[in-house]
Design a protein around this ligand. Sequence first.
Ligand code: HPA
Length: 255
Amino acid sequence: MKMLAIIGGSGLTHLRNLTVRERRILRTPYGEPSAPMVYGAVGGHDVIFLPRHGHGHTIPPHRVNYQANLWALKECGASHVIAVNAVGAIRLSLVPGSLVLPDQIIDYTYGRAHTFFGSSPEPVTHVDFTHPYCETLRKVLRDGATRAGLELALGATYAATQGPRFETVAEIRRLEQDGADIVGMTGMPEAGLARELGLCYASLAVVANFAAGKAAGEIDLRTIERYLETGMTQVRSLLEEAIPRLYDPASTRDS
Ligand code: HPA
């Protein structure tokens, strides 16, 4: 049976179109998730919502307990996870306020608990991560965008940086040379942990700003907030269209 979870990022600490049924505090072998799990429905379809940075947006990217978050979602019965991530644009055609569906990721983070393996004396396990995002969910999100009449840029490489500071011009130049199109602080280890748990996971990225050196001047938080607001309005419309499609057996193969 399918069960969708949504991990909200910066700008999405709650889902306005979610009818809330219950909030449940969970504990996991890895500690507590960022917030109580919100059980509810969007358009009559069951959805679990978890704000990555906590309800009051108090947990910075490097302090998020990604292990507990993913473990708890799996424990709640989630099979599919849509992660919403605020990003900076390295590719100039991805303008602030727009939506991007990444298909690749490069991990530049460090010191984060990035795997469920290795803490118990089990045989060494390596998961395949050739295609880090689940194609079933990517298709659902693409279809949702089409039905909502929204533009969604396809095929971008997400560079996951440590934060919480933004990057230098030279760092962005390096990420660009590495092939990255967008940069954010929360994409990893989340995507890798989801894969280890066998969850079908995709990221929906919202461009909040041009990355360092890609526009004149410095990165301004107030401008970011404005673009995130526009972006998240689009995210809500897209999700409203995408969610029924995930639960419609005719529009997805079960995965
Ligand atoms: N860099 C890293 N993470 C981000 C950015 C950025 O420019 N914008 C939003 N999240």
